[in-house]
Write a new protein. Structure first.
Length: 481
C-alpha cells in the first residue's frame, strides 16, 4: 500500500475500487504507530477510523453515493472542535475538554466522507512558531528530528510530510500554516480572510486568523478549499465565494502575470540559502513568462510589532474565559478569595501564553492604548493601503515564507523577541487579509525552504494557479523518515 499518494490519487483509487479505504486507513494507523514516537505529531489518534473506512468501502461496493473524500485520512490541529472528542489546544487548561459540537470545517468534511485520523500538536493556543510551546512536548522535524518543524501547526505539517495522513487542517494567525509547511517541505495555505469559517476554531486572534489546509501538493490544497470554503451562518465574517471551483483551470500558467518581489522580506537577516532559493524561484517564474519586479512595502518594518500588539490584545480577551470556573481544572474554591483562585488557575498556562496575556492586558489599557494598540491598528490600516496599491499594478507578490532555515529544538526558546522576528514575512498576509501560500521549493543541506506567494483579496484561484506553476518547476527528495 502506497501511503505517499496525493488526496486526488487516493480518491480516484478508492472510487475505482483499486484500493480499499479500510486498508489505507489501517496502514496509516500502522505508520503512525511506527514513526510517531520519534516525531510526536499526534496528541490523540482515532482508533475508530478503520470502522468508518469500512462503511465507506461498503458504500463504494454497493454503488451508493459517497462523499468527495472517499475515506481520506486527515489530521486536525487540536484547536478545532470535533464533537465528543478531546480538543486540548495543547494546553493543560483544556487537557480534559471534550468538544460539544463540530466546527463548520469538520461538518463539511464529514459530509464529504473524510476520516479524522487524529488530533495533532501545536504551540499552546496556537501561540508560537516551533511547536515547542505545546504543554505536551514538541513535535520534531521529520527532515532532521533535532530540528523544530515550525509552528504553530507543527503537528499538522509533520503528519502530512511524514505520511501519517494525506492532508491536515491548521490555523494561521501570523504564519502558523505557512511556516511549518515551509519547514517540513509541504504546501501550506492561508486563504483570504473570511473564505473559510472559523466557527469551532478556538479563538486566538479572531480578527486576523484563518483555518487553512496543509497538503503535499497544490492541487490537494485546491481540492480541500473546494470542500471547506464558503459562507457560514455561524461565522458572520465569512464571504460568499459563489462555490468557486479552485481545481478547475489550475494549470492555466502564469504567462504575462506581474509579480512584485517584496524588498523588505529579502533584506536584513535573511539566510543566504533562503535568498538564493528565492532568486531561483523568481528565475523559474520568469522562465514561465511572469514579469518580476522589486516592490517596496514601507510598513512591513512595523508589521511584527503591530501584529503582536493586536494579537496579544485579542488573546488577552479571548483567554479570559479560562478562569477555572467555566473551563479548566477541577479544584475547589475553598480557602481562596476570587483573585487568588483565578491566579492559581492561570498557572496552568505555559510561559508563552502568560507572556501574551500580560502584553494583552497592558497594550490596550487606559493610558497605554494610544501608544500601543491604536498605533498598531494604524500600522495595520496603512499596511493594507500599501498592499492594495501594489495589487493595482501586480497580480501577485513573492517572498520567502521564512527568512531562515529550520533551527535546533531548544535553540531559541528562551529568546521570545528573536522568535517574534521570524514572523516578518508571514504576518503581512494576516494583517491585510490577503491570501498567501507556501510552496516547497528546495532542500538545502538537508533542511527545507519554502517560497511564499501572495495575491489580492478573493484572488485565491489565481494564487493557486501561480503556486501550481511554481510547484511544477521543482522535484524534491523524499522525507528521510
Ligand atoms: N508566531 C505567531 C504567533 O505566535 C503566529 C502564530 C499563528 O499563526 N497561530 O502569534
Amino acid at each position: 500500500m502506497n501511503l505517499k499518494i496525493s488526496a486526488l490519487e487516493f480518491v480516484q483509487e478508492v472510487k475505482n475500487g483499486n484500493i480499499s479505504a479500510e486498508d489505507f486507513v489501517a496502514k496509516t494507523l500502522e505508520r503512525i504507530q511506527s514513526v510517531d514516537d520519534k516525531l510526536h505529531a499526534f496528541l490523540s489518534v482515532n482508533e475508530e477510523a478503520v470502522v468508518k473506512a469500512r462503511e465507506i468501502d461498503k458504500k463504494v461496493k454497493s454503488g451508493d453515493k459517497v462523499g468527495a473524500c472517499f475515506g481520506m485520512p486527515i489530521s486536525i490541529k487540536d484547536n478545532m472542535c470535533i464533537k465528543d472528542s478531546k480538543t486540548t489546544c495543547a494546553s493543560k487548561m483544556l487537557e480534559n475538554f471534550v468538544a460539544p459540537y463540530d466546527a463548520t470545517v469538520i461538518t463539511k468534511l464529514k459530509e464529504q466522507d473524510a476520516i479524522f485520523i487524529g488530533k495533532v500538536n501545536l504551540d499552546e493556543f496556537a501561540m508560537g512558531l516551533t511547536t515547542e510551546f505545546s504543554a505536551f512536548g514538541p513535535s520534531k522535524n521529520p527532515w532532521n528530528t533535532d530540528y523544530v518543524p515550525g509552528g504553530s501547526s507543527g503537528g499538522s505539517a509533520v503528519s502530512v510530510s511524514s505520511f501519517e495522513c494525506i492532508t491536515s487542517l491548521g490555523s494561521d494567525t501570523g504564519g502558523s500554516v505557512r511556516n511549518p509547511a515551509s519547514f517540513c517541505s509541504i504546501v501550506g495555505y492561508k486563504p483570504t480572510y473570511g473564505l473559510i469559517s472559523r466557527y469551532g476554531l478556538i479563538s486566538y486572534s479572531n480578527s486576523i486568523e484563518q483555518i487553512g489546509p496543509l497538503t503535499r501538493t497544490v492541487k490537494d490544497t485546491a481540492f480541500m478549499l473546494n470542500i471547506i470554503s464558503g459562507l457560514d451562518v455561524n461565522d458572520n465574517t465569512t464571504r460568499d465565494n459563489k462555490n468557486e471551483d479552485y481545481l478547475s483551470e489550475i494549470d492555466s500558467g502564469i504567462d504575462g502575470k506581474k509579480i512584485g518581489i517584496i524588498q523588505e522580506m529579502v533584506g536584513d537577516g535573511i539566510d543566504p540559502a533562503v535568498l538564493s532559493a528565492t532568486k531561483d524561484a523568481i528565475a523559474k517564474l520568469e522562465s514561465l513568462g511572469a514579469v518580476c519586479e522589486e516592490v517596496s512595502l514601507d510598513m512591513v518594518k512595523y508589521s511584527v510589532a503591530a501584529y503582536y500588539t493586536i494579537t496579544a490584545t485579542e488573546a488577552g480577551s479571548n483567554l479570559a474565559r479560562y478562569d477555572n470556573l467555566r473551563y479548566g481544572y477541577d479544584f475547589s474554591v475553598e480557602g481562596y478569595e476570587f483573585n487568588s483562585y483565578i491566579s492559581k488557575a492561570r498557572k496552568n498556562f505555559g510561559p508563552e501564553v502568560i507572556r501574551r496575556m500580560i502584553i494583552g492586558g497592558f497594550v490596550p489599557s487606559a493610558g497605554q492604548a494610544g501608544k500601543y494598540f491604536l498605533k498598531a491598528m494604524k500600522v495595520k490600516s496603512k499596511l493594507t493601503k500599501e498592499v492594495d496599491e501594489v495589487f493595482k499594478k501586480y497580480d501577485l507578490l513573492i517572498a520567502p515564507t521564512v527568512p531562515i532555515l529550520p533551527f535546533k529544538i531548544g535553540e531559541k526558546i528562551d529568546d521570545p523577541v528573536s522568535l517574534f522576528q521570524i514572523d516578518i514575512n508571514t504576518v503581512t498576509a494576516n494583517l491585510t487579509g490577503k491570501p498567501a501560500i507556501s510552496v516547497p521549493f528546495v532542500i538545502s543541506n538537508g533542511l527545507p525552504i519554502g517560497i511564499q506567494l501572495l495575491a489580492d483579496t478573493m484572488q485565491d484561484k489565481l494564487l493557486l494557479q501561480a503556486a501550481y506553476a511554481l510547484e511544477q518547476t521543482v522535484t524534491l527528495p523524499e522525507v528521510p523518515i
